[in-house]
Design a protein around this ligand. Sequence first.
Ligand SMILES: *Cc1c(COP(=O)(O)O)cnc(C)c1O
Length: 423
Amino acid sequence: MQKDTIAIHAGYDKKQGNGEMAVPISQTTAYAFRDSEHAANLFALKELGPIYSRLTNPTNDVLEQRFAQLEGGAAAITVSSGQSAIFYAIANVAEAGDTVLISDKLYGGAVTLLTYTMKRFGIKTKVFKSADASDLEEQIDDTTKAIFFESLSNPQIAIADVEKIVEIAKRNGVLTICDNTVASAALFNPIKWGVDVVVHSTSKYTNGQGTAIGGIIVERDGLAEFFKENSKRYYHFVQPDVSYHGLVYVDVPLPNFCLRIRLNLLRDIGATAAPMVSWMLLQTVETLSLRMDKHSANALEVAKFLESHPKVKAVNYPGLESNAYYEKAQKYFKDGKASGLISFDVSSFEEARKIIDSTKLFSVVVNIGDSKSLITHPASTTHSQMTQEELSAAGINPVTIRLSIGLEDTADLIEDLNQALEK
Ligand SMILES: *Cc1c(COP(=O)(O)O)cnc(C)c1O
């Protein structure tokens, strides 16, 4: 099936149940077993089926199958937020004493999670340059359990050298985890470029209307072989799991990465997706590719307008030929479409604040990926918890304004920005 068909049909059999055309919401905590043998078989993974909604849920299951196919992966697991998706993906392979190599261009929440909270659990991070991966290989050692980066980063709007990162990771037998939130599954599929695990905050473009928080993790096919080949580094998958009656993950004929998250981390920590949220995402995923086309086309038009305005000092949008990431956008993203994030610099901090406060259509919101256009000042909001050094290392400047371009008519968006700039 092609992606536009997958987005509408995958993972759901209309002939089941009452033939509902819309996927039913399984709003239930638990499931009645046929008998005690059925119950025992489910716990022993001899038979697959729902047990308790912290672990699996039929509505979540449809979204997981659909998303796995959309990303070209083998399996997915949906969780309660993008942050919990990142946490689970990392905690699935790293523990106290281990190191994770993280991109220098990441979402602020990922930076605090990985740099400070994970450190309290003994997991260290080292930063590498994701635009060219020039300092990646030299930082890999026996404690390295994962390489984490964003395909199109928020808020720097930088594109990683995915091919080079994957090549170095494969040569060294290290797992790659790519946050694909901003590019979205419609414009870019990291697994097709050899990435092992993809995470998303579905709160952004996947949801598309700013109505719920969610996250999802997708794994590529064949990770069991990868874990066996690199069994010293990924011994958790090869040795018996004492917390799950001695289960050896690589011996189970199910995609290993999501399985271990489900049986271990979701069981114990429980940041589970709500079925209602999965149902909402099943609606919005149907139009994801249409929306990403429009977000990208709108953003390109607005970026061109900003580039032509005398009060704008610099515009950062990878769809512009003047942009340092233009070639990468053309290489990796569907038809070179570069999603809906733009940032631009004005002459001063005061000027930036004035423009933000003068817009009428744009809402001052720390979110992205909504159908409604949004405007933010990263230095004083989303990234205000970072130190001055961290800010400049991440390319965030007090004169930078970030836009998330929605699905409105661009004539109105440009008129609004123009009057705010002229004030
Ligand atoms: C928003 C975001 C997250 C965190 O997702 P939540 O759903 O808000 O927890 C992670 N990565 C990126 C790139 C994001 O934009």
